[in-house]
Design a protein around this ligand. Structure first.
Ligand SMILES: Cc1cc2nc3c(=O)[nH]c(=O)nc-3n(C[C@H](O)[C@H](O)[C@H](O)COP(=O)(O)O)c2cc1C
Length: 208
């Protein structure tokens, strides 16, 4: 198999930049796998202009992500594996990601995602704010598409040590109440990279 022909789509939405920082770490993990290349894409936003205008934290996050291309259905069609990131909203994925996924009917009809490995990552304000339910419920759509779910083995050292994010169902980050954005902890970074690496290596083995 020729070099870097395992395409891992890292598909995410991020309003304050936390999930974006996670997505970058996931990409780093994908890149560690010899034959894999990360394709970073954000789903289209649904935020009203008026909300953005009033919030400098959102404006900062938009600036960070200005060079990331907006995802198309073709990105999903062409990928070999997927790592999907969303903020936790009421214990579930955000509407931007839901909106994008609800447009994947044509891909379902084609069976375009059947047999492709997929992992999930999320960020939430509070430690027990629904990260696990977000990861688990996001899996339902991916299972309908016939994707093969890849998690994080619960004995992974950083998962045992972390005092903030990290779940066996996907990588996660806890922002806390003090601010809208918080840098990832070392354990959270490692677990994001681990997930990217694992999805990429499982995809490589299946493709081979
Ligand atoms: C409408 C809404 C619902 C939210 N629901 C939850 C929640 O259920 N649990 C939680 O801990 N945080 C919740 N949050 C906080 C977000 O999870 C947090 O802002 C997010 O992780 C930041 O990710 P981002 O920087 O990538 O946008 C919610 C935020 C919004 C705007």
């Amino acid at each position: 198999m020729s070099d870097k022909n395992v395409r891992i789509l890292v598909l995410y939405y991020s309003m304050y930049g936390n999930v974006f920082k996670m997505a970058q770490e996931v990409c780093n993990g994908v890149s560690e796998v010899e034959n894999a290349q990360p394709i970073l894409r954000k789903v289209p936003d649904l935020l009203p202009e008026a909300v953005v205008k009033k919030n400098t934290d959102i404006q900062r996050a938009i600036e960070w992500q200005k060079d990331v291309q907006v995802a198309t259905l073709d990105d999903l069609r062409k990928c070999d594996g997927l790592v999907l990131g969303t903020p936790t909203r009421f214990g579930n994925m955000c509407s931007q990601m839901r909106n994008f996924l609800d447009k994947t009917g044509p891909l379902w009809l084609e069976g375009a995602l059947i047999g492709k490995p997929a992992g999930i990552f999320t960020s939430s304000v509070s430690l027990h704010g629904g990260q696990e339910s977000t990861c688990l419920s996001a899996m339902l759509t991916l299972l309908h598409h016939g994707m093969i779910i890849v998690g994080i083995p619960s004995g992974t050292p950083e998962l045992m040590k972390t005092k903030t994010g990290g779940t066996p169902y996907g990588a996660s980050h806890v922002v806390g109440l003090e601010q809208n954005f918080k840098e990832l902890s070392e354990e959270e970074k490692v677990l994001c990279r681990f997930l990217g690496h694992r999805v990429a290596s499982v995809t490589f083995k299946l493709k081979k």
